[in-house]
Design a protein around this ligand. Structure first.
Ligand code: G1P
Length: 296
């Protein structure tokens, strides 16, 4: 569709406490926990850059200095690696963020919820449609990344979207849940969205994963939304308020999503990414086979 505003900015709310990974997250932000050798936040950044994002907006708390340090240039380390002839490693630390991509940091002073974190980015994002990525939802796609899939759909339709997948019906109280209606083009429009409903009242078992393309108007709605589930300002609630005026699609992505906010999801992701790594695969498989033999 011609004439739709491009999606140039992505917001990464990274100010959460990460209590499920304590004690590690006492001093390391959960987004800095590595899957094999890259922190979760880098996977999300790479997905955003692949989707054409030009400005990365990190919403951090004052305790998240490690994230700033990670994306900052480390001239000393670069010189050290070059002096040791470690060109591959040098390239890896130099290319964390491509040159044409800008990073900005916004401080969320109090942990008042995801909706509040996104609202903190309002001055940087302005009125344009924008993306939100939650780094603890790691999505491994066989081809095109999840956000790029959503951006393409946005360009085709002019309508934003939310990443969704079917979740076990007993787990609706851990997710935003949507119900959908098929439109004339066969796409699923979100009819209703509710934050963490109990299974008995959930409108479906389509769970929201941490990928959104939202209109800039969400900021003024977030301004007036009251605290919801958990006493927090919920992004879901603001989306629900403006669905009638700003329709959104439910995007069923091509790929596997790992809930890296949970220990199980984190370990599964680690195993699957390690199995994709040429150096690790063989060793890991023989380790599993030994474990299996010792059980029999
Ligand atoms: C947030 C959202 C929720 C969404 C989830 C995806 O919840 O509020 O709607 O389903 O992310 O990971 P949180 O996991 O931060 O409690």
């Amino acid at each position: 569709m011609s004439g739709v505003a491009p999606i140039r900015k992505a917001v990464f709310p990274v100010a959460g406490l990460g209590t499920r990974f304590l004690p590690a997250t006492k001093s390391i932000p959960k987004e800095m926990l590595p899957i094999v050798d890259k922190p979760l936040i880098q996977y999300a950044v790479e997905e955003a850059v692949e989707a054409g994002i030009e400005t990365l907006v990190f919403v951090i708390s004052e305790k998240k200095q490690a994230i700033l340090d990670y994306f900052d240039t480390d001239a000393e380390l670069q010189a050290h690696l070059l002096a040791q002839g470690k060109k591959d490693l040098h390239a890896r630390i130099c290319n964390i963020i491509p040159r044409n991509v800008t990073t900005t940091y916004v401080i969320q002073e109090e942990a008042l919820g995801l909706g509040h974190a996104v609202w903190c980015a309002r001055a940087v994002v302005g009125k344009e449609p924008f993306a939100v990525l939650l780094a603890d939802d790691l999505i491994r796609s066989p081809g095109t990344g999840c956000l790029k899939q959503m951006v393409s759909e946005y360009h085709a339709t002019g309508i934003g979207s939310i990443g969704v997948e079917e979740i076990p019906p007993s787990m609706t109280d851990r997710y935003g849940i949507v119900s959908v209606l098929q439109d004339a083009t066969g796409r699923n429009r979100i009819r209703e969205i509710v934050e963490k409903p109990a299974p008995a009242v959930a409108p479906s078992n389509l769970g929201v994963v941490g990928r959104y393309i939202l209109p800039g108007e969400i900021f003024s709605t977030l301004e007036s939304v009251r605290a919801g589930v958990g006493g927090e300002i919920q992004l879901t609630d603001a989306i629900a308020v403006q669905l009638a005026s700003h329709p959104l699609l439910a995007h069923t992505f091509d790929g596997i999503r790992y809930d890296c906010g949970s220990r199980q999801g984190f370990i599964r992701a680690t195993v699957d990414y390690a199995l994709e790594d040429k150096e690790l695969r063989h060793d890991l498989l023989s380790h599993f086979s030994l474990l299996n033999d010792s059980k029999n």
